[in-house]
Design a protein around this ligand. Sequence first.
Ligand code: FES
Length: 178
Amino acid sequence: MASFFSSALNETIKGYLGRYETKRSSILPILHAIQDENDWISKEAVQALEAEHGLSVVDVNEVLSFYTMYRKTPPKPYRLEVCGSISCWLNGADKTIATAKAHIAEAEKAGKPVPFECHKVECLGVCGYAPVALVNKDRHLNVTPELALKLIADYSKKDLPAAAKKCAADLAARSSKQ
Ligand code: FES
């Protein structure tokens, strides 16, 4: 039977399973690897971890529900994650977030959606450059509301990341089966 995961991802999963003393200890990095490839972690992926690699669904779901960094629903291709912790908050992070969210909502309303979602996150570790934000894994410093809008415009023109393309293809395949 074909695996739910790509062969590269299966090798990565096996590597983590062999690296730690217990299977449970390997759940965090395995979930990261799945999310890196698929852009999110579906129920099917969790079930496949049990069926193909012996990781208990209960244990995996416990980890998934505890950590907010794992995406449990299919995301937009780009995530603007703005730090809302103290230094960034004092330097206007809330305005950056509000501006980005309003822009995304207006674009949606106008029928010209942008491939972005925006979230507030905890300290990103470079507080001297507040407000700090990530676009997926790219870090951006001093992210004013104007820069947030520019980032949204610039990234929206780029080719979609591989994980986002895979996510879209998986969802299309899933809906064609229904
Ligand atoms: S408070 Fe924002 S990066 Fe630390």
